[in-house]
Design a protein around this ligand. Structure first.
Ligand code: XMP
Length: 323
């Protein structure tokens, strides 16, 4: 019979069989899939696994600490954290176009990750042969259902490495749907904040600042986002709302009145959506008093923000993210 315990046992055995006494590397994003995949592989092969977390500085408040402290405490994984915040900020300087930002973030991410792989390989020797990925069943179906060695990601040639070193993929979540992945994560004792994390885009807050991404703007958006998340959680709305992007309109200013005088600040957009799969979505009719609390707190506590607006657009025509 099918139980979460069975899945864990089965996958642990399969991973041991596949990896043997070799070494594996897993990139952590802060999301559910990579965390559960890493935890499974850790359970199977322990210290033969090294995880890599690229801190690009585009995460929300507390998320990097969640990976560095809580995830490590829960699993005991060996973790290499790469602080690449400056690098990402420099690469994003002067860039406002959404697609350009996405491309830059993706490109820098791969470069930093490959550099980290190279360093691990130099430390551990060429016995590192496996790359863990949190591919889910829907991803497998979407990409044509081939085996792990048939698609383009499977022979992951790493830049700067000798030609004869290739990574074989370990994909312990290939047969699972998202809700099953969460159950496995729970079974493995991962923190609730990771297991029940709502979707968050890879490019992070970089695509939630409409305009150029700067350190100050990121800090400001992080504060506003943390307030919105706190209030949504306090109101018990986390499971009802699919996700709620908080967006800074950095290139827009409007007139306000705060304290003793006139201000000329930025708006923050709240984008709460209800959805089954993110393909379509409706804006969430959330309680006015929760909106009021979020609005009051953000305008009181976040400097340079003097207005909070609600995005009441469904998808289509609006996408969930603003960029
Ligand atoms: P959109 O904005 O297209 O988003 O309606 C649909 C869902 O995908 C998430 N999203 C991303 N996830 N990398 C990701 O891992 C990305 O580049 C990315 N862009 C959007 C978004 O948060 C929503 O859940």
């Amino acid at each position: 019979t099918w139980t979460t315990g069975n899945i864990v046992e089965e996958q642990v055995a399969a991973i041991r069989e596949q990896v043997g006494d070799k070494r594996a590397i897993c990139g952590l994003s802060g999301g559910v899939d990579s965390a559960v995949a890493a935890a499974l592989v850790q359970k199977a092969i322990g210290s033969q696994l090294t995880c890599v977390y690229v801190d690009h500085g585009l995460m929300r408040k507390g998320e990097t600490e969640q990976v560095e402290k809580d995830f490590v405490a829960a699993t005991g994984v060996q973790l290499k954290v790469v602080d690449a915040q400056e690098r990402f900020l420099n690469a994003l300087a002067g860039v406002s176009d959404p697609e350009a930002k996405r491309k830059i973030i993706g490109r820098e991410f791969i470069r930093v990750f490959e550099q980290a792989q190279l360093e691990i390989l130099q430390e551990e020797g060429p016995a590192v042969a496996f790359l863990v990925q949190g591919t889910l069943y829907p991803d497998v179906v979407e990409s044509g259902g081939g085996t792990g060695t048939a698609n383009i990601k499977s022979h992951h040639n790493v830049g700067g490495l000798p030609d004869d070193i290739e990574f074989e993929l370990v994909e312990p979540l290939r047969q699972l749907f998202k809700d099953e992945v969460r159950m496995v994560g729970q079974e493995l004792g991962l923190p609730d904040e990771i297991v029940h994390r709502q979707p968050f885009p890879g490019p992070g807050l970089g695509i939630r600042i409409v305009g150029e991404v700067t350190k100050d703007r990121l800090d400001l958006l992080r504060e506003a986002d943390a307030i919105a998340r706190q209030e949504l959680t306090a109101a018990g709305l986390d499971r009802e709302i699919w996700q709620c992007p908080v967006v800074l309109l950095a290139d827009v200013r409007s007139v306000g009145v705060q304290g003793d005088g006139r201000t000329y600040g930025h708006p923050i957009v709240l984008r709460p959506v209800s959805s089954e799969d993110a393909m379509t979505a409706d804006w969430t009719r959330m309680p006015y008093d929760v909106l009021a609390r979020i609005s009051t707190r953000i305008t009181n506590e976040v400097p340079d923000v003097n207005r909070v607006v609600l995005d009441c657009t469904s998808k289509p025509p609006g996408t969930i993210e603003w960029e």
